[in-house]
Design a binder for this molecule. Sequence first.
Ligand code: 13P
Length: 248
Amino acid sequence: MKYLVGANFKMYKSQKDLKEYFDQFVNNYACFVNIDLMIAPMTVCLGTASEMTKDSCVHLGAQNMHYEEQWAFTGETSPVVLKELGAEYVIIGHSERRQYFSETNEMINKKLKAALHHGIRPILCIGENLEQKELGISKETLKIQLREALQGIDEVEKIDIAYEPIRAIGTGKSATPEGVQEIHEYIRSIIGNEKSRIIYGGSVNDTNAESLISQPAINGFLIGSASLDPQKFLKILDVVSKSESVKK
Ligand code: 13P
């Protein structure tokens, strides 16, 4: 199994910023044999990003998509177009989409099915909020998210899972490596296949990456803030490339 390390740029980086980023990043990034690297810029920048990363080892991803190929849905993006723009991955069900755009597990389930149908590899995001953690229902919450999102999908091995506890996103306070290890083992026991990567997201940076990736059940990262700085992101990739915790 290769690690999966993803950058989620969210609504940061204009086309001009991306050019500066990729000038530094692509020139300094040597392909790592043990890592699949995914970068998800804003959807409107995917075409430009595709041009900038061609002949590199960077795989592009989208941050969201609609489940229909075409319909009268003003402002939405079709999986067909994502594919045309060069997206190989798509992040589905990020907590910011659940929270600010009212995405439900039912919608997420449809999006996963559509992505698989169109040959785009989904990264399904799940995670509990602080209240759920304090109530001691983290695992129950994750189980429901997984069960409903994956309902009727028999190709779960074509989906990667990102565990992103909401309290850890953008706060500078990552979950503990041991805590993430325990949750990832739990997720693995539910999805029941060894091929999906179970990656962690939430304040991963160049200081905590090593202790996190040394946990055997952490198969990579989904990174927000620290991926915006190409030097920091390269440092994290370097740490992951030297880790041998992932299953061969
Ligand atoms: P941060 O790395 O900024 O905490 O964001 C994580 C995230 O939301 C990745 O999808």
